[in-house]
Design a protein around this ligand. Structure first.
Ligand code: CP
Ligand code: NVA
Length: 297
């Protein structure tokens, strides 16, 4: 049984296969589709808020023939302290797959282990693999091979999204630079042998960038650190000045939700809204491809 819990769960060839399937999923949408999950019921267990991930998985599962069952972690016994291993063993007896958004990476790993059903990480504190798979699919759709791009992440370099970017850069071998203050940089251990460059100088980082990417300064679960984060990350914004140092036609991406005036200026966000919402839409097609890939194994 295969799961998708972190970027490294797929080899480079497997990631390439999913990226290829993304195109056929997108082109084939609305045409008669093979209902590969016919008769199945999948849980969406969410301990954190979500718009894109929740809706794209629900719609995707329906389109593949499954019945999605949304379970807010607070409404099931998990929220009252039932162990993840007991929740997993119960749900594993009734369901065929699970999509989980939570805090600890260990919880999705345990769920996969104890449930015995296909499990997909819909975001933890350490990883957001479906997001980064989608981002690479979007870059390749709009600009061509990721290997030809200089991707620059600006902002909180220690949260789930940039951490998954680091793993993807190591796996596929493309140029990734992270601009973040020292306190919000990925750990030296994660960066080992990745070729990823990390700097606190935003100007150095964005010079010559093909893709500028950002995420919120205050990730879910970090709300108490808001004041300190806004102070430390204040310079790490994608705005007209930062964009002027990148390549003239640089792509601007944001995983969303966006906070204008914080990690991105209103002007730059709106000028790049078409790309950003294509990125959001592509969650649907990529995740359907991931599910199909897992089912073919
Ligand atoms: N990008 C993303 O995962 O969005 P949601 O938090 O709305 O799911
Ligand atoms: N880093 C953000 C991503 C949101 C999709 C968070 O964890 O809140």
């Amino acid at each position: 049984m295969r799961h998708y819990l972190k970027i490294r769960d797929f080899s480079a060839d497997e990631m390439r296969e999913v990226l290829k399937m993304f195109r056929s999923m997108k082109e084939g949408r609305g045409k008669p589709e093979e209902k590969i999950l016919n008769g199945e019921t999948w849980a969406l267990i969410f301990a954190k808020s979500s718009t894109r991930t929740r809706v794209s998985f629900q719609v995707g599962l329906l389109e593949l023939g499954a019945t999605p069952l949304f379970l807010s972690a607070n409404d099931i016994q998990l929220g009252r302290g039932e162990l993840i291993c007991d929740t997993a063993r119960t749900l594993g007896r009734m369901l065929h797959g699970a999509v989980i958004r939570t805090y600890a990476q260990g919880d999705v790993e345990d769920f996969a282990k104890y449930s015995g059903i296909t499990t997909i990480n819909a975001l933890t504190d350490e990883e957001h693999p479906c997001q980064i798979m989608t981002d690479i699919a979007t870059i390749e759709e709009l600009r061509g091979p990721i290997q030809d791009q200089k991707v620059v992440f600006v902002g909180d370099g220690a949260c789930n999204v940039p951490l998954s970017w680091v793993s993807a850069a190591k796996l596929l071998g493309f140029e990734l630079v992270i601009a973040a203050p020292e306190k919000y940089q990925p750990s030296a251990k994660l960066l080992e042998n990745t070729g990823v460059k990390v700097t606190d100088c935003i100007e150095d980082a964005v010079r010559g960038a093909d893709v500028l990417y950002t995420d919120v300064w205050v990730s879910m679960g970090k709300e108490e650190e808001r004041h300190e984060r806004v102070q430390s990350l204040g310079r790490y914004q994608i705005n007209r000045e930062t964009l002027s140092l990148a390549k003239p036609d640089a792509m601007v991406m944001h995983c969303l939700p966006a906070y204008r005036g914080m990690e991105i200026s209103e002007e730059v966000f709106e000028a790049n809204a078409d790309t950003i919402f294509t990125q959001a839409e592509n969650r649907l097609h990529t995740q359907k491809a991931i599910i199909k890939f897992l089912r073919n194994r």
